[in-house]
Write a new protein. Structure first.
Length: 125
């Protein structure tokens, strides 16, 4: 648990040490548009197969979570839920897609991801 917090703290410190280059960020993000994604198989919270290619066509926000994390992942997931809600109010519902991907395999099963989403306000009750 403390490793997750330490890693985030080190990342924040590293990012703070470098000035944010807005023009470079815009150039890099624009260059990424249209790049071919691999056809990676994923599972949704119901266990259905979803291919990454199926998510093309709209901006995609990807959130990586570790359902066993009790500090950073829940907090960042709750923040993301608020940001998504605000973006939907601004851009309209369905203007973009959001995918949360669990990286603690095999523990982050479809059921565990569904429970994580429910507990942290991002899924159906």
């Amino acid at each position: 648990m403390w490793r997750c917090s330490l890693s985030v703290a080190l990342l924040v410190a590293a990012l703070a040490a470098h000035a944010f280059d807005e023009k470079l960020a815009l150039r890099e993000s624009q260059a990424a548009i249209g790049r071919t994604l691999g056809d990676y198989p994923l599972r949704d919270t119901e266990g259905r197969l979803v291919r990454l290619q199926e998510l093309r066509g709209k901006p995609l926000v990807v959130n990586f979570v570790y359902t066993g994390c009790f500090q950073v992942c829940p907090a960042s997931t709750q923040f993301l839920a608020k940001a998504v809600s605000e973006a939907e109010r601004t851009l309209g519902r369905g203007a973009f897609r959001v995918a949360s991907i669990g990286f603690n395999q095999p523990a982050d099963s479809p059921g565990a991801m569904k429970d994580f989403a429910r507990r942290h306000g991002t899924g159906s009750p």
